[in-house]
Design a protein around this ligand. Structure first.
Ligand code: SF4
Length: 467
């Protein structure tokens, strides 16, 4: 089937990572531009393949180039609503090609071609040919398909703008509905190939965390292939409307996560937040010192005020984990009136990258816009606190109440008299943990708890004392 393609094409290559040392070129990604787009059209010339711009043979080893992937499909049973879901499969299908790595989705794509693939004669034309065959196989309702690969900078720029406006059209449609308007949500397990316990629950208010699939897309996909990776979930009894907890959603998540999780809150980062795969557009993270929530997106290149970049934040919760205080989310979810509503929504947000803040200016309550700092205003927790005080951010009320509650409700903790009996200096073996804890709770001065899961504790000095 792939005789004229000089590298293997098979699901077994999904998950292959191409490190920079083994990379011939990088395409799109954070240092360039790129996008992928599927469009249902009439008069599609079946089998047409086109590469506009430099082919791999014209590229310099180690360089980075823009990339556009335009896939046009036609079929009697194909609906416009299926575009998003079919487009999302581009990630998986590209990764079937040995020596080609594809990450993320929409205008976030990030690809690499390995040196071995290039040496064996692989071209971008082969990428288009492989995708053409794979899409036809995966979606028998596709009757005609044509694929255009763009690598010319000016062409990709124009394509990117067009793709962005079409993504926005798809997203805007879903904004007209809310969770109360429907009886069913949808689940997606497409990312279980690399995050085996991850189950996305897609509702009108909570677009999938990859940002590429909304409730309408899921409805069309589940109708087309009820046995496929996107399936209907009856809401069942509402257990907590504000947190977004539903009896039947919990049952389905337990079943599809192989019993790993049996509760999720759709609209909170606390207790049972939505699990996170790895392709989320942004991460919400708890900032215990301020009892607030920060958000960092994939495009943000610097460090958050916690001193960690996006990648480190993402590492805390990706792979299908449910980690209290962290959750992956889409930027579209930040436009929903239910955005983290159980935690206080934007009233709880104490830091955002400038670019996201600008993009969400119509969705952040007007009285909060100037009160949420970005990297242009602050660089540390201390600076955030000063900024929040100067701007009278509502989180200050919350901090005050928490402190008052502690002062009035809690008895002071009595510290037992301790006698130092042994001191062990561990500095010579700093790479060995001195203790492990599957779960460990740390008190804070704000009345909130910090829970560390699977913690490894390192120390420069261990002091053992007898009571
Ligand atoms: Fe599906 Fe969620 Fe993965 Fe998007 S992030 S492809 S909705 S599992």
């Amino acid at each position: 089937m792939f005789e004229d393609i000089p590298v293997d094409v098979s699901p077994m290559y999904e998950g292959e990572r191409i490190r920079s040392a083994n990379m011939f070129v990088e395409l799109a990604g954070p240092k360039s531009i790129g996008a992928e787009l599927v469009q249902v059209k009439d008069n599609v010339e079946d089998g047409k393949i086109e590469v506009k711009g430099p082919e791999l043979a014209d590229m310099e080893e180690g360089e980075i180039y823009p990339l556009g992937i335009l896939i046009e499909i036609q079929g009697e049973k194909l609906e416009k609503e299926l575009e998003g879901v079919i487009e999302r499969r581009t990630h998986e299908l590209c990764n079937y090609i040995k020596g080609f790595m594809h990450l993320n989705q929409r205008d976030q794509i990030w690809c690499r071609v390995s040196k071995e693939a290039k040496e064996s004669g692989f071209k971008l034309e082969h990428l288009a040919k492989a995708l053409s065959t794979l899409f036809r196989e995966e979606f028998p309702i596709i009757e005609a398909i044509s694929i255009k690969i763009l690598t010319d900078n000016a062409e990709v720029e124009v394509f990117l703008e067009k793709a962005k406006s079409l993504y926005e059209e798809r997203d805007a449609r879903a904004r007209e509905l809310s969770d109360e308007d429907v009886d069913v949500f949808y689940g997606c397990v497409m990312c279980q190939s690399f995050a085996p316990t991850h189950v996305c629950v897609v509702t009108p208010d909570r677009t999938a965390l990859c940002g590429a699939i909304n409730w309408f897309d899921c409805r069309a996909a589940a109708k087309m292939d009820p046995e496929g990776p996107i399936f209907e979930i009856e809401k069942g009894e509402i257990l907590d409307e504000v947190k977004g907890e539903y009896e039947n959603v919990n049952l389905v998540v337990a079943d599809r996560s192989q019993g790993t999780f049996d509760r999720i809150y759709l609209h909170s980062v606390f207790e049972y937040p939505h699990t996170s795969c790895g392709c989320f557009e942004a991460v919400a993270f708890y900032v215990p010192e301020l009892d607030g929530i920060g958000i960092v997106d994939r495009d943000f290149k610097g460090e958050t005020p916690l001193g960690l970049p996006f990648s480190a934040m993402a590492g805390q919760c990706s792979g299908g984990k449910q980690v209290e205080g962290f959750t992956g989310l889409s930027l579209e979810y930040m436009r929903s009136p239910k955005f983290l509503q159980a935690d206080g929504g934007y009233e709880r947000v104490v830091w955002l990258p400038k670019e996201i803040k600008d993009a969400l200016v119509d969705y952040i309550p007007a009285d909060l816009i100037d009160k949420i700092p970005t990297e242009e205003d602050v660089n540390s927790i201390k600076e955030i606190r000063t900024f929040l005080e100067e701007k009278e951010h509502p989180i200050l009320e919350r901090l005050k109440v928490s402190t008052e509650e502690i002062e009035t409700d809690e008895k002071p903790i009595e510290t037992p008299e301790l006698e130092e009996i042994e001191e062990m200096d561990t500095r010579e073996v700093p790479t060995s943990p001195v203790a492990y804890a599957s779960e460990m709770t740390l008190p804070t001065s704000t009345g909130m708890k910090i829970i560390l899961k699977n913690a490894k504790i390192y120390a420069e000095k261990v002091i053992i004392k007898r009571k």
